[in-house]
Design a binder for this molecule. Structure first.
Ligand code: NDP
Length: 599
């Protein structure tokens, strides 16, 4: 195998430190302890500035803030009559969750599938996020799902947003998902009707749709949020959120920004990709930073056509199996690990993590010319406390004469007035202000009220702690499936999780259809077992306690142990899924309603 092909075969592993090796000389432990103290003080500094948890954000984009949620891409949608009909499977949301699960349902012969989507097309996150420079940091050969089925080979190691969006549309075409889909439509309520044992789904377009199965496929980061900053509404210039990029204003190539002073608030993964493009295009660019992201090298290349031509159907599945198995560990490494105490292991892992972060710091010093700016760009937290970023143009952007980093040193922008943000007594005058402030995190049923058996609102049920089986089923919500929610495994490659959830859901639906059953609902005991399983696996790391605030650790707030992701391994998660599907009667109750519904 050639070097290039060999490289392309390699699975991505962003957190693969061999902490067992003693080959080179390391600094004394004191050095690491001092850095950890600095991490802790930077965390405390940030927590001291903010209200707890997510309270420093708002995703209630109504009233003066409603313009930040408007879809700038959906103008071409035609008016349509309100629907009053029935389908077998209804998806709330048309991103990868719906596309993947639908593909599996089609394989099982399910015909009546309707996607109800807020955007004007399928694609979910890739429909909304079209900011300049948008791309995915997960290797495309793993991130783009269903490559075996569609025969598509991504053009690059890391696909750009446009390619992924086009691919989503290709999947929808391929599996005939446009036929019944409705766009520009938001589901507002999903109510279980005990008599007909179907879900009654209502939308903001006046539709009433009955569905035997409902899949909450609304994504994990779908609803844009703004930082709560005094005076947001008083800004006199133009402003928008990264997920609602206004190309009419900026121009398709950002050409309209050449005489504009541009401000961007936030330096998370979205901003890191947009900033290099803005730096090239804007007359002046001001970057308002609260906490820097970690920026590592982006090892990107065009797909080698020779390698692509060797791929046989099944290649992606084989790749996935290898990734789930994890990196091969040699016998000597395993032996070294086993010989270590837990304390030693943790200390070595932390030290290796700090080494990686210091490598990231060194790269900043090498690239960024102004020492003060370089210092400001250094992230003081463990790798993976925040979403790691990979970019080759981000750091050099700060060497441009038209680019200014405004380091708020953990405080964030707290004041905006008519001419722009104000910080530390300095007024920054800008013509356009871009909010790169992220999204509300992992809410099941955003925009939507879900009411199950006995009239119980899902949020009310969750108010004493999330309760699910696999993060997918919740007792009292028969034939309802949740994708990408809490209590499920969460991976850097999210489509991998969605893929397995899609397979599971399609199998459950198929089970119901094949066994003369009408509905399935998980039992209280099965749910309880899963809640305990989630709790048992949480608290394995001290990330919540030690990490700088961010959405990975609930912005530094304490939270119930059950209200997060399942922290076992992907392999364990898949194992639980298989066991449950092999013994359905141990985990679910079934109803038998004999009037067969149309499929
Ligand atoms: P994030 O939530 O990650 O970032 C929000 C940013 O806003 C943070 O930098 C935050 O600072 C900052 N912020 C909040 N309030 C203020 C304030 N008052 N003043 C200044 N800054 C402020 O959102 P993103 O949209 O960047 O990313 C969301 C997620 O989407 C990513 O984590 C990733 O999972 C995914 N994504 C993946 C990409 C990829 O594959 N490359 C690209 C883009 C997104 P602080 O850090 O201090 O909280």
């Amino acid at each position: 195998m050639g070097v290039m092909a060999d490289k392309q075969e390699k699975p991505q592993n962003i957190f693969n430190f061999d902490y067992t090796r003693d080959g080179r000389e390391r600094p004394p432990q004191d050095y690491y302890e001092q850095i950890k103290e600095k991490f802790a003080s930077e965390r405390e500094l940030r927590l001291g500035y903010r209200p707890p948890g997510t309270e420093n954000y708002t995703s209630d984009l109504t009233g003066d803030l409603a313009k930040y949620a408007v879809d700038p891409y959906g103008q071409e949608l035609e008016d349509r009559e309100a629907l009053n009909d029935e389908v077998e499977v209804l998806f709330i949301g048309g991103g990868f969750s719906a596309l993947l699960t639908s593909a599996r349902l089609r394989e099982k012969g399910v015909e009546s599938i309707r996607i109800v989507e807020r955007g004007a097309d399928v694609g979910g996150t890739w429909y909304w996020n079209r900011y300049p420079g948008v791309a995915c940091d997960v290797v495309a050969y793993d991130y783009l799902p269903l490559l075996d089925e569609t025969g598509y080979v991504p053009t690059r190691h890391y696909a750009g947003g446009q390619e992924i969006y086009e691919y989503c549309k290709m999947i929808a075409e391929r599996f005939n998902l446009y036929d019944l889909a409705v766009f520009g439509t938001t589901v507002t309520s999903t109510i279980w009707d005990a008599e007909s044992e179907t879900w009654k789904v209502e939308t903001d377009q006046g539709d009433t749709i009955k569905a035997r199965f409902v899949v909450c496929a609304n994504g994990t980061l779908s609803k844009p949020r703004l930082a709560k900053i005094d005076g947001v509404e008083s800004f006199g210039g133009y402003s928008f959120h990264t997920s609602r990029w206004d190309y009419e204003y900026t121009g398709a190539e950002l050409e309209n920004l050449k005489d504009k002073r541009v401000g961007i608030i936030g330096t998370g993964a979205s901003a890191v990709q947009a900033i290099p493009e803005l730096g090239k295009a804007a007359k002046e660019l001001y970057i308002f930073q609260r906490t820097p992201s970690s920026i590592d090298v982006r090892d990107d290349w065009e797909t080698d056509p020779e390698w692509a031509s060797t791929l046989e159907p099944g290649w992606q599945a084989a790749r996935r199996t290898r990734a789930i198995e994890g990196p091969q560990i040699s016998d000597s490494v395993r032996a070294r690990r086993e010989a270590m105490s837990r304390e030693e292991k943790v200390q070595r892992q932390e030290n290796a993590n700090i080494d990686a972060m210091m490598r990231i710091h060194n790269r900043i010093d090498e690239v960024v010319e102004d020492p003060e700016t370089a210092e400001s760009l250094k992230p003081w937290y463990m790798l993976m406390c925040k979403r790691p970023c990979f970019h080759n143009e981000y750091l050099p952007t700060f060497n441009r004469p038209n680019v200014t980093l405004v380091d708020t040193k953990g405080q964030g922008i707290t004041q905006i007035n008519e001419s722009g943000p104000e910080f530390d007594g300095v007024q920054y005058e800008v013509d356009v202000l871009i909010y790169a402030t992220g999204f509300e995190v992992q809410q099941t049923g955003i925009y939507n009220q879900i009411i199950g058996e006995g009239g119980v609102d899902l949020n009310a049920k969750y108010s004493n702690g999330i309760r699910t089986l696999l993060g997918i089923h919740s007792q009292g919500y028969p034939n309802l499936f949740i994708m990408g929610g809490y209590q499920a495994f969460f991976a850097f490659n999210l489509t991998d999780v969605l893929n397995s959830q899609g397979e599971h859901i399609a199998d459950c639906i198929d089970f119901v259809r094949q066994n003369d059953i009408h509905s399935l609902d998980c039992t209280h005991d099965a749910e309880e077992r899963w809640v305990q399983e989630v709790i048992d696996h949480r608290g394995k790391t001290s990330r919540n306690r030690d990490c700088t605030p961010g959405y990975y650790n609930f912005e530094g707030a304490d939270n119930r142990r059950q209200d997060g992701n399942y922290n076992g391994t992907m392999k364990q998660y898949l194992g639980h899924m298989s066991e449950i599907r092999e013994n359905m009667a141990d985990h679910f109750v079934f109803t038998h309603r004999h009037e067969a519904l149309q499929s």
